[in-house]
Ligand binder design. Structure first.
Ligand code: SAM
Length: 447
């Protein structure tokens, strides 16, 4: 979602006549939209898009803000702005902590950035636009996409779940879905603009419920997530449809059936497990047991055998014992995910878990994290190697590597592939045989 917000901001600023000096990687971990080295990297305006999900991401932003403040002493005309979840979380308090910050824009006001920047130049006053309610998704035809063929598309935002570790309900508010008609219109517009592959986004994308007008009014029921997927699959010219991130509670039989019968839907499913211990899952308020989660994975694999399944794990949640940790390790070994993000628990102020003592020492979190990463790396590599020699459909993204004759593509399982081909293949789906593996990138040849 942060990547999408950065793309919207970059597109809108460019359209308004600003030059994008350097774009960040869009990891959501505090990214520079504009800048050259020395943090500002010589840019006149530095705008950081921020994420609050883990403390580490926030720490990086605090560090960068400190460096930018020092730079601003030398160059008072430098304009410093923040957008994203940290703005929603800390609000006006940020101006007190960083008096040289010029502007803050909440996720619901990105379109106002050019006017806010002009106002900063005219008045030299601190400006803030944050609103807690209302929908934060606004489609923009000026979104600056990485390639012409792929687009991110948020369809819902916010979260109604109550996972005790998670700050999202505080920063993004309760769930709001875009009406299905509007999503379809936007998809058609993107396809007419040359897009062939769309990734639907949402904090809990599969709890999408396209009711209402988006202005807070409740309308007649329009579509559930599986129904929306089926509608979008019927749009001519859209060749691949992916989505992220899903929540296990909304991973239903109906959704699995829709994936199984629609080859346009990408063969990668990211489903956060968080822990293999039922005791910890309960403390996290995940509302499922490990056995229930596992039976969903088994069913999905039964219906869609080629599916690649990835997950998120948190180690060191308050009260996590060695036995709980071993249960998570067993879960990784039993399910054999294709990939996993493994995070150390990070206390987020204001969340229900913040009332529990953060009692797992950092060295224990670090060693559990390292252990699970090694277990998962081995599984990921074994699973990837088992694909060598097989033929897959690869979407050619059209961007070369450092090598001028090479192209980069993505399999329908969303795995990265590099191969020799000329630029004319860009934007096409082609059949390729996987011939080699380097870290997590495959080499392939045309068949
Ligand atoms: N929809 C997802 C789910 O099922 O919960 C949530 C996506 S969340 C934005 C991304 C991941 O960040 C989570 O799955 C979780 O593993 C991790 N995360 C969230 N809060 C965290 C915390 N306080 N400490 C460590 N990791 C956290």
């Amino acid at each position: 979602m942060n990547t999408y917000d950065s793309q919207v901001a970059a597109g809108i600023l460019e359209k308004a006549g600003f030059e994008i000096a350097v774009e960040g990687e869009g990891t959501g971990d505090g990214v520079l939209i504009s800048g050259r080295p020395s943090i500002s990297q010589g840019a006149d305006i530095v705008l950081m898009n921020t994420c609050s999900v883990r403390d580490h991401a926030e720490e990086r932003v605090w560090g960068r803000l400190g460096l930018l403040g020092a730079e601003k002493k030398e160059r008072p005309e430098l304009v410093i702005g923040l957008m994203g979840c940290m703005v929603e979380e800390h609000r006006e308090k940020l101006f007190k902590r960083f008096p040289y910050l010029d502007l803050m824009v909440g996720t619901r006001h990105i379109k106002e950035l050019p006017e806010m920047i002009r106002q900063v130049y005219e008045t030299r006053k601190q400006i803030v636009r944050i609103k807690q309610d209302g929908i934060s998704i606004e489609y923009s035809e000026f979104t600056k996409r990485d390639t012409g063929f792929h687009a991110w598309l948020p369809i819902m935002t916010g979260c109604n779940k109550e996972c005790t570790f998670c700050i999202v309900p505080m920063t993004r508010g309760t769930e709001v879905s875009m009406p299905a008609g509007e999503v379809c219109r936007e998809v058609r517009r993107l396809v007419a603009d040359g897009v062939k592959w769309i990734t639907l986004l949402g904090q809990n994308v599969n709890s999408y419920n396209g009711q209402g007008t988006g202005n807070g009014e409740r309308g007649t029921s329009e579509a559930t997530f599986p129904e929306l997927l089926e509608m979008l699959c019927k749009i001519d010219g859209l060749d691949r449809l992916s989505f992220t991130t899903s929540h296990p509670q909304d991973a239903t039989e109906e959704l699995f059936q829709v994936i199984a019968r629609n080859p346009k839907i990408g063969r990668r499913f990211h489903l956060p497990l968080q822990s293999g211990s039922d005791r910890i899952l309960k403390r996290m308020k995940r509302f499922h047991t490990y056995a229930e989660y596992k039976s969903k994975i088994d069913r999905l694999r039964e219906l869609v055998p080629e599916i690649s399944i990835t997950t998120d794990i948190i180690v060191g949640f308050p009260g996590e014992t060695d036995e709980d940790h071993r249960a998570t390790r067993r879960a990784l070994e039993e399910i054999r995910f294709d990939g996993a993000y493994i995070y150390k628990y990070s206390l987020r102020p204001g969340t229900p878990a913040a009332r529990l003592p953060d009692d797992i020492p950092l060295e224990v979190k670090t060693s559990r994290n390292r252990e699970l990463l090694l277990v998962q790396q081995k599984i990921t590599e074994e699973k990837s190697r088992s694909l060598l020699g097989k033929v897959f459909t690869v979407f050619v993204e059209g961007r070369g590597t450092d090598h001028p004759k090479e192209q980069v593509g993505r399999m329908d399982q969303d795995r990265r592939v590099v191969f020799e081909a000329d630029q004319s293949y860009a934007g096409q789906f082609i059949r390729m045989e996987l011939t080699g593996l380097h870290h997590e990138t495959f080499r392939a040849k045309l068949v």
